[in-house]
Design a protein around this ligand. Structure first.
Ligand code: DQQ
Length: 534
């Protein structure tokens, strides 16, 4: 019941119980979306990992199936870890995944559907030649740093390519393998890419994006109107970062564009909790869709007590920003089917210190979108040149710290008298020759329970607040606050565990704690219906 389980989600994907981590092999087959995920059938902590499986026709409502891939061969007897789907010619899916063998060596395996006429692909068979890629004395790959194959792509030379996450000392590595038949794989002489100082690269993702427009492109697409994206998940910091760059199919090298930061301080899909993410190309709607795992901010004891851990973020449509310098992400449009009882606030000024309640929505399970305009910039605080770390800046200037232009935004999952709230907000600073927009998600007051991790998150948003209005959207789901600033230019996801602001006791507010008034040009909020998940 929701009384004993106040943190379970209404529309974010989660299994009925137990531990879940990385999304695996997302794809669409015969019009059915498939999500596989790292799952512990035996408990709420990581272990005994299998590929659990659910399918959907809309990426929102899901039907669970039996585990698709589970230890059964020598090459995966100690675990079936992360991997990806590739659609082979003729539309046949193939899964490459990491198996843990009897020596606890990480190796790469292949599984294919048993029955291609079953759109739900319930049964999977493993290649008898597994493992297909393994650390050897020859290749000097570390046995515990060799995992998470990507979706493979096909070159004009008819060779498949795939990368595997790895490291040498502290250098992150995308080891490249090639194959003519998808079964016999040869390690390339050079990695696709590497970066010093990052540590282990988990769950790499490598894919093309169109230089113009919002449509996604198939993973093997090459050409002059294509850029490439390389995303890696850093085991050391549990952050992901991505770069945009150029991929040369002839040298099989990827080079990030000038100005792209190839480290933990680079661009992130999400500046809060979001890890081991993976995209797939949705051929039905021509979108590239991103899945990511959101873990708990509560203690292991708490997870065991509630009997589950981990949720998946709402799938995001991603494309290249007009600037060519970053990606844009937006919750898939299907989520809007769950919207009911729209509440609109007329355009109004939020004076210094104002808190305006958005009434009429179920604030524990809601979608809220607003735009702000800044009437004047004269009073903007000057951005100190040393304030380069947005997360640190947000922690130092939390929601309760008054500024000039901001903090303004939303108080979500709030108790009536604001003993508890999560604040999602902007601040605007005067930078060198331009105004700088900071977006924060401040969890410090999110719960009266002291046992949770309440770290504040922050990101700079590349918008010009003088000429553009500033938009903010939050998807609120009991213990999840997933926020999108600047139309998807910066995203921050947080986990919170309110003790008072639960179910119908949760409230939603727009606020401005800055000294200068802000124009709230429009605000819409909706209750979101429950999705069918398990
Ligand atoms: N999770 C999997 C690994 C991967 C890690 C194991 C990332 O394959 O590197 O559950 O969260």
């Amino acid at each position: 019941t929701s009384e004993s389980q106040p943190y379970r989600t209404g529309y974010h994907f989660q299994p009925p119980k137990n531990w879940m981590n990385d999304p695996n092999g997302p794809m669409i087959y015969k019009g059915i979306y498939h999500l596989f995920y790292q799952y512990n059938p035996k408990g709420a902590v990581w272990g005994n990992i299998v590929w659990a499986h659910s399918t959907s026709t809309d990426l929102i409502n899901w039907t669970p199936h039996d585990a698709a891939i589970y230890p059964s061969q020598k090459s995966d007897i100690n675990g079936c870890w992360s991997g990806s789907a590739t659609i082979l010619p003729g539309g046949k899916p193939a899964m490459l995944y990491t198996g843990i063998d009897p020596n606890n060596t990480q190796v790469q395996n292949l599984a294919v559907p048993k029955n291609l006429s079953d759109p739900h692909l319930i049964e999977w068979v493993k290649s008898p030649t597994n493992p297909l890629m393994a650390p050897t004395a020859m290749n000097q790959i570390n046995v515990s740093s060799f995992r998470d194959p990507t979706t493979a792509w096909l070159g004009p030379d008819k060779k498949w390519r795939v990368i595997i996450g790895s490291k040498i000392n502290h250098k992150g590595l995308a080891i490249l393998y090639t194959s003519k038949n998808f079964v016999k794989w040869t390690q390339a002489k050079h990695p696709l890419h590497s970066a010093e100082g990052t540590g282990m690269w988990e769950c790499p993702d490598f894919f093309p994006v169109a230089t113009r427009g919002v449509y996604g492109v198939e993973t093997s697409k090459l050409g002059s109107s294509i850029k490439h994206v390389l995303k890696v998940s850093l085991d050391d910091t549990k952050h992901e970062y991505y770069t945009i760059g150029t991929y040369n199919i002839f040298t099989d090298k990827y080079v990030p564009d000038k100005g792209q930061v190839d480290s933990d301080s680079g661009l992130r899909y999400d500046y809060g909790k979001f890890y081991a993410s993976k995209t797939f190309f949705d051929i039905l709607t021509q979108r590239r869709i991103l899945w990511g795992w959101i873990n708990e901010s509560s203690s292991v004891e708490h997870d065991i007590k509630k009997g589950w851990s981990g949720v998946q973020a709402i799938p995001r449509n991603i494309w290249l920003d007009k600037s060519g310098k970053q990606l844009i992400q937006w919750p898939i449009v299907e989520i809007e089917k769950l919207r009911v009882n729209q509440v609109k606030l007329p355009s109004k000024f939020l004076k210094a210190g104002s808190v305006v309640e958005v009434k009429g929505v179920t604030a524990s399970q809601a979608d809220i979108e607003a735009s702000f305009k800044i009437p004047g910039f004269e009073k903007a605080e000057v951005l100190d040149p040393s304030w380069t770390n947005p997360q640190l800046l947000c922690s130092q200037k939390g929601a309760s710290v008054k500024g000039a232009l901001g903090p303004f935004g939303f108080l979500v999952l709030s108790s009536k008298s604001l003993e508890e709230y999560t604040a999602v907000f902007f601040r605007i600073f005067k930078g060198h020759g331009k105004y700088v927009v900071l977006m924060c998600s401040d969890q410090s007051r999110s719960s009266l329970d002291a046992d949770n991790d309440k770290t504040t998150y922050g990101a700079f948003v590349d918008v010009d607040p003088v000429h553009e209005s500033l938009s903010l959207r939050s998807l609120i789901d009991h213990s999840i606050v997933e926020s999108f600033g600047g139309g998807g230019k910066a995203c921050i996801t947080a986990r919170v565990y309110p003790t008072l602001a639960i179910d119908h006791e949760a409230h939603l507010y727009a606020f401005n704690y800055g000294t200068e008034k802000i124009n709230l040009t429009n605000l819409s909020a909706w209750s979101l219906k429950k999705a069918q998940i398990s």
